[in-house]
Design a protein around this ligand. Structure first.
Ligand code: SF4
Length: 330
């Protein structure tokens, strides 16, 4: 496979497959696989935010977890700063690679240890990696200030905070080990609408301050448009369209992206026609042959039922759809 590495690429994913076995019967035989991620290639540059969008169950979270090493790849590779994560690394190097990649979860409550104070939550990783500067309290207070929380909160427990405050603590914990890359898995979808914008603005400020790169996973295209430099649209374990955010959102090429965008409310365009997709997302254990979107696609042709569409490049924009065959646009 042709490499997509550029000098400023921080993360490169090539042909990644993450399948989960379906085990049945008294002999626990493997009867099939759930193809949660099925041949994904994607890259993220230093300092860039890539938005990953798609319906729930399309494999977004599994892809994020695979990048973090929380799911095992069946095939393909993930290269972080030139290091293939599937290779065996020394313990010290593996710890360093793990420290440089962090994750923020959808539910900040369940991701924080309820028996630990904020002070301990924020300093646990720093102690482990020898990153403490000054006393434990001083180190934790710097992080609290970064995420806009008051010093009086240092000795409290997670249950004493609101959802928005808990997500700020989760962000501070991720920052505590000085990462370069953060997987943000639906970081605002469990929060009140009034709080969401504050958390997004905070994340963007921190990206700037610490030169972070984000993979921002969301089902909400309006949020992704606001935060992401590039957008990747995922359907049934694959990326079907990818490119600069404005380009993908203003000029979506894939019928699935067009349907997702038509569902985003736009003030002043209340009468805009919404594309309603037929049926539900097919099971990832038995994806349709050919283009996986064909049972729901309003433009499906005969070829779509038989042949998986190859990627076609349209400027900085990549799409997998027979309406856009490889080669120059006609
Ligand atoms: Fe629709 Fe065919 Fe394009 Fe798939 S390849 S999105 S079925 S037109």
């Amino acid at each position: 496979m042709e490499s997509i590495v550029q000098s400023n690429t921080l993360l490169e994913i090539e042909g990644l497959r993450v399948w989960f076995p379906i085990v049945r019967g008294v002999f626990s035989r493997v009867r099939g696989h759930i193809k949660a991620v099925d041949g994904v290639s994607l890259f993220i540059r230093r300092g860039e935010t890539v938005g990953l969008v798609g319906e729930s169950g399309c494999g977004k979270t599994t892809l994020g977890r695979a990048i973090m090493g929380l799911e095992q790849a069946r095939e393909g590779r993930i290269v972080f700063d030139g290091k293939d994560l599937s290779h065996r690394h020394s313990t010290a190097e593996a710890r360093l690679l793990a420290r440089r990649r962090q994750m923020i979860f959808q539910d900040p409550y369940s991701s924080l240890n309820p028996r630990m104070t904020v002070l301990d939550i924020l300093t646990e990783g720093m102690e482990e990696h020898g990153l403490m500067e000054g006393s434990k309290e001083e180190s934790a207070l710097r992080l609290l200030s970064d995420v806009g929380l008051d010093r009086a909160m240092l000795h409290r427990y997670p249950f004493e905070f609101s959802g928005g405050q808990r997500q700020r603590i989760s962000i501070a914990r991720a920052l505590s080990v000085r990462p370069e890359f953060i997987v943000c898995d639906e970081p605002i979808s469990a929060l009140d609408v009034s709080i969401q914008a504050q958390i997004i603005n905070l994340m963007m400020e921190l990206r700037q301050k610490y030169s972070l790169s984000y993979l921002f996973i969301s089902h909400d295209l309006s949020v992704v448009r606001h935060v992401a430099d590039r957008v990747a649209v995922m359907y049934l374990g694959r990326i079907v369209e990818e490119g600069p955010s404005d380009e993908v959102i203003e000029n979506p090429l894939h019928p699935y992206t067009q349907a997702l965008i038509s569902a985003v409310p736009v003030p002043g365009e209340e009468g805009r026609k919404r594309i309603v997709l037929k049926g539900d997302l097919p099971s990832p254990s038995n994806p349709p042959k050919g283009c996986p979107f064909h049972p729901r696609c309003p433009y499906a042709m005969k070829v779509c039922k038989e042949v998986d569409p190859p990627p076609a490049q349209r400027g900085a924009h990549r799409v997998n759809c027979h309406l856009h065959p490889p080669g120059p646009a006609s």
